[in-house]
Design a protein around this ligand. Structure first.
Ligand code: ZN
Length: 117
């Protein structure tokens, strides 16, 4: 068995051992649950805006459209492959979380339709 039993959080000694769902310290009789660190799978609600590939986006990034997008209220379409420079992240309605300056003006787009350039 590898040396994965942590030292006792109470007295700091390392004579600890796992016992059922707990670790036990024989020196001070402290017991604590064997919980595995922090859940690393809580991406969605951490406030990070991610592109189509799951990469985090930041203000000032350049992005490329990964699909054709119809521009609301016009007959124009933003073409897949269009490069947009210097995006700004916003907390827009309906998941429109990226403010983009395009040839068609300033538009709010969803980060899931963009990828980092
Ligand atoms: Zn202890």
């Amino acid at each position: 068995m590898s040396n994965t039993v942590p030292a006792c959080p109470q007295c700091g000694l390392e004579n600890t051992y796992p016992d059922g769902d707990n670790y036990v310290c024989p020196d001070c009789a402290h017991e604590w649950p064997q919980v595995a660190g922090i859940d690393s799978d809580e991406a969605a609600s951490d406030g990070v805006v991610r592109d189509a590939n799951g990469n985090p986006l930041q203000d000032g990034d350049s992005v490329i459209l990964v699909k054709d997008l119809k521009v609301k209220g016009s007959s124009s379409t933003l073409k897949k492959g269009t490069k947009i420079k210097s995006i700004r992240l916003v907390d827009g309605a309906d998941g429109h979380n990226v403010d983009c300056k395009t040839d068609l003006g300033s538009l709010f787009l969803k980060s899931e339709f963009l990828k980092k350039a």
